[in-house]
Design a protein around this ligand. Structure first.
Ligand SMILES: Nc1ncnc2c1ncn2[C@@H]1O[C@H](COP(=O)(O)OP(=O)(O)OP(=O)(O)O)[C@@H](O)[C@H]1O
Length: 419
């Protein structure tokens, strides 16, 4: 296949993935927060840069909690970095299953006015994920940082009325990890972590006042995520079904600065929140006692859980909202994507719980993914890969929204070109 120099941007509230059409992995995989330095108009991007100490650094979130871009100027700068200046003529962007018209129009203006691309396309992330595994019909279950979606894709299209969205996602369990640590009187110290990662920093004798509060919060969040990724795992059987006398083993976890804490079953109990349902012990899960009660005290947290009936309930609702004659196919072709589905034993537990709610004579099957060079499977990159494949097809040549069409019909013409 000839090298196709279009640039791809897969935009999430936690991570932005940028790369080139025809390639399997993104070239840039950066947090959706960028670093801003007074001394430079160039934003700092990528974990490697952001995990270093930079004097006068502030952090800025450029994608909001609904995965909509909140700073178009900085986004354009990042896109420009991923572009091969002389040859990139097309920009292919992903968007969440539910998108606002005005966001699309703003993106179109950036691409044609500010960045002078010749052509562009916007496609829904779940459709691209489905394409990435060669399916035009599937149920895409996507759980990232702030949102979880169950989206039926039928013949390559999404019907908006079938989409199920929940705010119960990765950040809910991050919150619970933080609450657990607070209950243990364990404090994450971003300065000692920065020092552990950058040896020469000690000489600077950094104090809290030397680090902007946004940078401080960024490093705490980064460590909470690391703890979450390293330590948490889903219990394949609901914990409420275990013998009440069951004793979890203690496990000690050490941070890069040498500080450590111990868990005794919390690593399994925290992700249980994803699988609560009316039929599981709702008393125990939704109105827990003692330490757990504190874990779930605040209002925002409870709002997220309002009406939530487990990830299996979300999948069931999405399938039930679809036409009767495709429901069997959807149960048979469930695709898990998004970072939160990388939790250990996540798929095993989800399939078990979906089987409990699926009609009895239906087969529940998850689509298998290949392993990427990052060792994550395709969970993190499925929509990127779908975009990469689609934009490389010779038959896609006629699908692009061109600069000329933009000049003739204006930004809202994108609705026609990219339904
Ligand atoms: N190995 C892992 N184990 C558990 N959680 C993980 C793992 N890797 C990433 N995550 C979590 O996945 C979430 C980010 O996923 P992803 O990059 O798919 O989100 P996003 O697409 O940017 O967000 P959204 O879909 O909400 O816009 C974070 O909460 C992160 O902590």
């Amino acid at each position: 296949m000839d090298y196709i120099p279009h640039v791809i941007a897969d935009i999430g509230s936690n991570t932005i993935r940028l790369g080139r059409a025809g390639e399997c992995n993104p070239v840039i995989n950066t947090p959706s927060q960028v670093g801003i330095l007074q001394s430079s108009s160039d934003p700092l991007i990528g974990s490697e840069e952001l995990n270093q100490y930079h004097e006068g650094l502030k952090m800025k979130q450029i994608v909001d909690q609904d995965s909509y871009i909140s700073d178009y100027d900085i986004f354009a700068q990042i896109l420009e970095k991923a572009r091969n200046k002389d040859v990139s003529i097309g920009a292919f962007l992903t968007e969440p299953a539910q998108q606002r018209k005005e966001n699309r129009a703003k993106l179109v203006e950036q691409i044609f006015e500010k960045l002078s691309f010749e052509q562009m396309f916007i496609a829904k992330a779940p459709v691209l994920s489905s394409f990435s595994v060669g399916c035009t019909t599937s149920l895409v279950f996507d759980s990232g940082e702030n949102n979880t979606y169950a989206v039926p894709v039928h013949d390559g299209y999404i019907s908006q009325s079938t989409i199920q969205k929940s705010k119960v996602a990765g950040n809910v369990i991050s919150e619970n990890v933080k609450k657990f640590l607070t209950n243990q009187a364990f404090e994450i110290d971003p300065i000692s972590i920065l020092e552990a990662d950058n040896y020469d920093l000690k000489e600077l004798n950094l104090a809290k006042k030397d680090i902007h509060e946004s940078v401080y919060a960024f490093h705490i969040e980064r460590m909470v995520k690391k703890i979450k990724h390293d330590l948490l795992e889903c219990s394949i059987e609901p914990i409420s079904k275990r013998d009440p006398s069951y004793e979890f083993e203690s496990k000690t976890y050490s941070l890069p600065d040498g500080k450590s804490f111990t868990v005794k079953g919390e690593q399994f109990k925290i992700p249980e929140i994803f699988f609560i349902s009316d039929s599981s012990s709702s008393e125990e899960q939704k109105e827990p006692k003692d330490a757990d009660a504190e874990m779930q005290a605040d209002d925002q947290y409870n709002q997220k859980l309002d009406g939530f009936n487990g990830f299996q309930g979300l999948v069931q609702k999405a399938i039930n909202a679809s036409e009767m004659d495709i429901r069997r196919d959807l149960y048979k072709n469930i695709l898990c994507t998004g970072g939160t589905t990388l939790l250990k034993n996540f798929e095993e537990r989800l399939i078990r719980d979906i089987e409990e709610v699926a009609p009895q004579n239906y087969t529940v099957n998850f689509i298998k993914k290949r392993n990427t060079s990052f060792g994550t499977g395709d969970m993190l990159y499925s929509s990127f890969i779908g975009a990469s494949i689609l934009s490389s097809l010779s038959s896609f040549k006629h699908m692009w929204f061109t600069k000329q069409e933009y000049a003739e019909h204006g930004p809202n013409h994108i609705e026609k070109k990219c339904p």
